[in-house]
Design a protein. Structure first.
Length: 307
């Protein structure tokens, strides 16, 4: 099966809300692999389509390096992880990944997806969650990654409320059957170790700005009310696996010009090299995040790029 190509100029991941609401526990590495997998899906994919994930691509995007053993354990876990999805006629239990094959000497992982799960991932229609892959990959916390999915679903409305127990359940901190010990059971523990770091990472790394208020019941924190605002600062082209296009080059050139990079020879060097394009986009993303800290964006860009 030939490599599945990306064709979108602005890559987004879309996920059926039945999957968004499904409860399952994944590590940060597994979530990154899962999001990369989702980014490759297209409506009309045949059931036997193979998808290819580049290890170097993930490392470039996340700034984290994984060894073979870590990746092997992550994909093994993904094959064993099960979605539980309530369908009209009953409960569907389905593995999120059917197989994973490490292609020797290629630095790529070939994966396949269970046929029963594919309709939920590619049949988007009007019921989906949309979120930007690069934002998710920029986060290090598994709680932030998963909460970003939940909150992105409600960004057009601008608010959503969760009962604290409901949120603990969604994040797999609390077993609904009471068989596993509850994590971060005390409100202070939950706030300091999960909630506050999650809010900070989403606000720093994504296209959302979120805040929350609490509601008490019998003196205990019972409900969280989230306010969600979208920002445009991350609506940029990120060249995943770089299928070059003139539009991408035009946008990247404009973004370099906006920070004071006007040297045409330097710009030409960046645009003619796929790896430098990726590095430039990531650097520009960092500059947009740290615009209050970086007083000389052009100098920071040159130093980071090594040009």
């Amino acid at each position: 099966m030939p490599k599945h190509e990306r064709k979108d100029s602005k890559l987004q991941v879309r996920q059926h809300n039945a999957i968004t609401n499904a409860r399952h526990e994944l590590s940060a590495i597994q979530l990154d692999l899962y999001f990369m997998m989702l980014s490759l899906l297209r409506p009309g994919d045949s059931p036997n389509t193979n998808y290819y994930i580049s290890v170097k691509e993930i490392e470039d995007l996340t700034g984290r390096q994984w060894n073979y053993q870590q990746l092997r354990e992550a994909t093994e876990g993904l094959i064993g992880k099960v979605f539980e999805i309530e369908e009209d006629d009953g409960l569907l239990q389905v593995a999120m990944m059917s197989s994973a094959k490490y292609l020797r000497g290629e630095g790529r992982i070939q994966i396949s997806i269970d046929q029963k799960l594919i309709p939920y991932l590619v049949d988007l229609k009007n019921n989906f969650t949309s979120f930007q892959l690069y934002c998710v990959l920029s986060m290090t916390s598994k709680y932030a990654k998963w909460m970003y999915i939940q909150l992105s679903r409600w960004k057009d409305i601008g608010f959503i409320s969760f009962e604290v127990d409901q949120l603990r359940y969604r994040l797999n901190l609390k077993d609904p059957y009471g068989k596993a010990p509850e994590q971060y059971k005390q409100w202070g523990q939950f706030k300091d170790n999960v909630l506050e770091p999650t809010v900070k990472q989403i606000n720093t790394c994504s296209d959302l700005r979120i805040s929350y208020t609490t509601e008490k019941k019998n003196r205990a924190i019972h409900k969280l009310h989230f306010t969600i605002k979208s920002v445009d600062q991350f609506q940029t082209v990120i060249p995943f696996e770089a299928q070059d296009s003139d539009m991408e080059a035009i946008q990247l050139k404009k973004r370099m010009s906006d920070i004071g990079i006007l040297d045409q020879k330097l710009i030409k060097v960046v645009l003619e090299n796929t790896d430098l394009r990726k590095k430039a986009n990531k650097c520009l993303f960092d500059i947009s995040l740290r615009k209050n800290d970086i007083t000389n964006p052009a100098g920071y860009f040159r130093k980071t790029m090594g040009i």
